[in-house]
Design a protein around this ligand. Structure first.
Ligand code: GLU
Length: 305
C-alpha cells in the first residue's frame, strides 16, 4: 500500500505546476506549491502515509464540516435547514450575487462561504466558547489533543476578509443571521485557520464514514447525521465542480483553499491529502489527480457496481 501511495504521488506531481497557490488570503501564499502529503486509513485503522505527511496546514473550508455538526447538535436539522439550503451550486464558493435577490431567503448550502457563516452563527455560546467547541470537536474526532490554529493565517484572513464581511452584513440585513456580525466572522476566520496534517484529515474522513460514533448528538441520531454529512459532501463538497467530481471520483469529500482534501471513503476508511497548488475552482490540482487515481485503483467510489 505504501508503495502504491508513493507511486500515485509521483505520477501526479506534475499537476502542482499547473495550478496556483491561493493568495487572496496573503498568508496562504507562503505555502510551497510543490508539497504533497497523503494519508489513507483503512478499516483496521492502519495508517498509510506518503510525501510530506507531517506538514501542517490550515483546514479552511474543511472546518465547515465541523461547524455543521455542531450547529445540528445545538439546533436540530430542521432549524439549520430553515437558514441554509441543501442544494449544490454552480457559483464559486465565495459568491454572493444571488443573496440579495428578494426571492432568495438563504444560502444554497452549508459548504459555500455564505452558508458556512450562517452555520457558525447557529453554534451556541459566546465567541470564545463557540471557537473552543469547534477546536474540541476537531480534537475529539481526530483523537489529537495537539490541534490548534494558525494565528498568522487567522490575522491575514481577518485583515483581508472584506468579501466574507460583505456577505455576512448582507445576511444580517436580510435577517438570515442574528447576533454580532463581527463576532461571528471572527469565529469563522479562526475555524478556517485550524491547523492539521493529512493524518488528522484522514481521521475525520474515517470518523464520518464509520457513522460518527461516540458523538453525543441530542437532536438527531448518528446514522441520520452521517447520511446527511455524506450527502452534503458529495453534492457540495468540491465547490462548483462537485457533480463532475462525484462522477469521476465518487468519494464524499471536502476541499479547502489551502490545498487540503478530506475524503470519506466507504467502509470505515478515510483519506487526507495536502497539496496547495489549486485549480480555478479552488480545489487542489494534484490532490484531485491523486484521489481520482486512488479511487480507481482501490475501487473506492460509492457508485461502484
Ligand atoms: N477561509 C476561506 C474563505 O473564507 C475558506 C474558503 C475555502 O477554503 O473554500 O475564503
Amino acid at each position: 500500500m505504501d508503495q502504491l501511495l508513493n507511486k500515485i504521488i509521483e505520477e501526479n506531481r506534475y499537476l502542482t505546476e499547473l495550478g496556483k497557490v491561493a493568495d487572496y488570503i496573503p498568508a496562504l501564499s507562503k505555502a510551497n506549491a510543490n508539497d504533497i502529503g497523503l494519508c489513507f486509513i483503512d478499516k483496521e485503522d492502519n495508517i498509510h502515509k506518503s510525501g510530506c505527511h507531517n506538514s501542517k496546514f490550515t483546514i479552511q473550508s474543511i472546518s465547515k464540516v465541523l461547524t455543521l455538526i455542531l450547529a445540528i447538535m445545538d439546533n436540530g436539522i430542521d432549524k439549520v435547514l430553515d437558514k441554509v439550503g441543501l442544494e449544490g451550486t454552480d457559483e464559486p464558493f465565495n459568491s454572493f450575487v444571488k443573496l440579495d435577490l428578494p426571492n432568495i431567503k438563504k444560502p444554497a448550502n452549508p459548504l459555500i462561504n455564505s452558508g458556512a457563516i450562517v452555520v457558525t452563527s447557529l453554534i451556541k455560546g459566546d465567541d470564545f466558547i463557540r471557537f473552543q467547541r469547534i477546536i474540541d470537536l476537531a480534537k475529539f474526532i481526530t483523537n489529537n489533543n495537539e490541534i490548534g490554529f494558525n494565528e498568522d493565517v487567522y490575522n491575514s484572513e481577518k485583515a483581508t476578509g472584506s468579501r466574507n464581511r460583505a456577505m455576512a452584513y448582507l445576511m444580517s440585513n436580510k435577517g438570515i443571521i442574528d447576533g454580532d456580525v463581527e463576532g461571528i466572522l471572527d469565529t469563522y476566520f479562526k475555524q478556517c485557520s485550524i491547523e492539521m496534517d493529512v493524518v488528522d484529515l484522514a481521521r475525520i474522513g474515517k470518523f464520518i464514514s464509520g457513522g460518527c460514533k461516540g458523538l453525543q448528538v441530542p437532536t438527531i441520531n448518528n446514522n441520520e447525521l452521517t447520511i446527511l454529512l455524506k450527502g452534503i459532501l458529495l453534492a457540495c463538497g468540491m465547490y462548483d465542480s462537485s457533480s463532475r467530481y462525484a462522477i469521476e471520483v465518487g468519494i464524499p469529500t471536502k476541499s479547502g483553499v489551502s490545498g487540503g482534501l478530506m475524503g470519506v471513503v466507504p467502509a470505515n476508511r478515510g483519506i487526507g491529502i495536502y497539496s496547495p497548488s489549486l485549480d480555478t475552482h479552488g480545489n487542489s490540482m494534484a490532490g484531485l489527480g491523486i484521489i481520482k487515481a486512488l479511487s480507481r485503483k482501490l475501487n473506492l467510489s460509492i457508485f461502484n457496481c
